[in-house]
Design a protein around this ligand. Structure first.
Ligand code: NAD
Length: 494
């Protein structure tokens, strides 16, 4: 299939090249071949995009429109993605090496669901009213926040874009969205869909550019009211500092180091399958990747043996081949980071059970492929147990008591998600209550739902992406209205 990718930026309803004329080649990580070349924003382009969003918000129809009408635009956007299902799935597969079975089976359908789901939010944004005071009625209205700067990472290019765009638009805001410079194509295609469905100019602007340049300028721009960011912890820290100058509200969705706690009464066949997909899907480049398997000592040896046996059967290869479970890492520099983590795990004396290297197959030599890797005998102080690898690397730790399991699970700076497996319902809820994570999956219940908020604890973030109440909280601002119903006013005391 020949796809004509948009390579310019979508600003104020027009497709524009960057003011400085700079471009960036995009490479298929599975082959090293160039896909296309996209324009790169500098400060002038960022200013044009924010100005367009500002104008659309301050003077345009979007925030004033009947909310149901706003919702219809989101629904039409979902239809637009559905019409381009294959093109968008193939684009993300080619751009970041994610297997086509995942982009077709997950990324694109979930993105459609998200747009449909948040289309229905637009007319359900309600304030509050306290009517029981004798002399006044007190209300709180919810206004859109204004111009939102949204910045996303590369690991789920289309889905990350929709997660940022749909709730913010449903709430009546105007946006400047910056995808990752490494995988901007499906976000730019969303710009094409916005144009096709007649979204008013300036409501959604999509710019491409480097984080340290276009991203940082966008966050600091005085025309921006709110910053919504998903990405690495270190970037989140920089963004929070930059946003402080303008007293901008921030939503931060950052890294994770999800513990997956396996109690001895867990159904082992299900655990094996779930533990493998939870760490190896998308080559572990998932914020909630269950990268720490914390296993009761009585089932440890059997479980590790079964995991290693099954990991060895996973098919790795051409991401465009529907049969392959695993594609490649999204970018060569990130593959090096993964290799450094593996080298460190070996040096710190974790036991390598499988993987730990690139595949031997010469057909894969040009791509950024890496074998699914499992380390056993990991202790809590090892780097591989503490830091987010963001790669296909599982660390196995052992526990004896429920208290120790909870302590190990919580012993990390991140708190994005946690998983646990047990047949004992009381134990499950007792553990859920003690886990310091924004999301807990019990017995494999971690399937993504548009309505469920992502809200990290500890260094995993501030605020939430998704969730209807959460979206209203994040993307609207309260306005208290204090309305007197008394004709008599008390005089100034003598
Ligand atoms: P990153 O922080 O390097 O980049 C993310 C985005 O921020 C990119 O668009 C980049 O251009 C931009 N950026 C970089 N520096 C910037 C700056 N100074 N100012 C403004 N923008 C800047 O992250 P990444 O490597 O693209 O993504 C991987 C990370 O994302 C992992 O840590 C992963 O856990 C996290 N992530 C979190 C979630 C979640 O929901 N919590 C979801 C997906 C990914």
């Amino acid at each position: 299939m020949k796809i004509n990718w948009p390579t310019k930026m979508y600003i104020d309803g027009n497709w524009v090249a960057s003011a400085g004329g700079k471009t960036l080649p995009l490479v298929n990580p599975a082959t090293g071949e160039k896909l296309t070349e996209v324009t790169l924003a500098d400060a002038r382009d960022v200013d044009a995009a924010v100005t367009a969003a500002r104008k659309a918000f301050d003077d345009g129809p979007w925030p004033r429109m009947e909310p149901l009408e706003r919702g219809r635009y989101l629904w039409k956007m979902a239809e637009g993605v559905r019409k381009r299902f294959d093109e968008m799935s193939i684009t993300d597969t080619l751009n970041m090496g994610k297997p086509i079975r995942d982009t077709k089976g997950w990324d694109t359908p979930v993105s459609i669901q998200l747009l449909e789901s948040y289309a229905g939010l637009a007319d359900k944004i309600a304030g509050k009213c306290w009517g029981s005071f004798a002399e006044s009625v007190q209300m709180q209205l919810r206004d859109p926040v204004g111009v939102v700067a949204s910045i996303a990472p590369w690991n789920y290019p289309l889905t990350n874009a929709v997660i940022k765009i749909a709730p913010a638009l449903a709430c009546g805001n105007c946006l400047v969205f910056k995808p990752s410079e490494l995988a901007p194509l499906t976000a730019l295609m969303l710009g094409e869909i916005a144009e096709e469905i007649g979204l008013p100019p300036g409501v959604l602007n999509i710019i491409n550019g480097f984080g340290h340049d276009a991203g940082a300028t966008l966050v600091a721009h005085p025309g921006v009211n709110k910053v919504s960011f998903t990405g690495r912890l270190q970037t989140g820290v920089a963004i929070m500092k930059a946003a402080a100058d303008g007293i901008k509200s921030v939503t931060l969705e950052l890294g994770g180091k999800t513990p997956n706690v396996i109690f001895p009464d867990a159904p082992m066949e299900n655990v094996v399958n779930d533990a493998l997909t939870s760490i190896f899907v998308n080559m572990g480049q998932v914020c909630v990747a269950a990268s720490r398997l914390i296993v009761h000592e009585s089932v440890h040896d059997e479980l590790v043996e079964r995991l290693v046996a099954k990991a060895g059967t996973l098919r790795i290869g051409d991401p465009m081949d529907e049969r392959n479970h695993l594609g490649c890492v999204a970018v060569a520099s990130h593959l090096q980071t993964i290799e450094q983590y593996v080298a460190k795990a070996k040096a710190e004396k974790a036991r390598l059970c499988i993987g730990g290297k690139r595949p031997d197959d010469p057909a894969l030599a040009r791509g950024t492929f890496y074998l699914p890797t499992i380390f056993d005998q990991v202790t809590p102080n090892m780097t591989i147990s503490r830091e987010e690898v963001f790669g296909p690397v599982l660390a196995v730790l052992k526990f004896r008591t429920d208290e120790e399991a909870v302590r190990l699970a919580n012993d990390n700076e991140f708190g994005l998600m946690a998983c646990l497996w047990t047949s004992d319902a009381i134990r499950a809820m007792q553990v859920v209550r003690q886990l310091r994570a924004g999301k807990v999956a019990v017995n494999g219940g971690g399937a993504f739902r548009p309505s469920t908020p992502m809200c990290g604890r500890k260094h995993s973030g501030i605020g939430a992406d998704l969730g209807f109440d959460e979206a209203i909280h994040e993307y609207t601002a309260g306005k208290s209205v204090l309305w007197s119903v008394s004709r008599e006013k008390s005089p100034w005391p003598e």
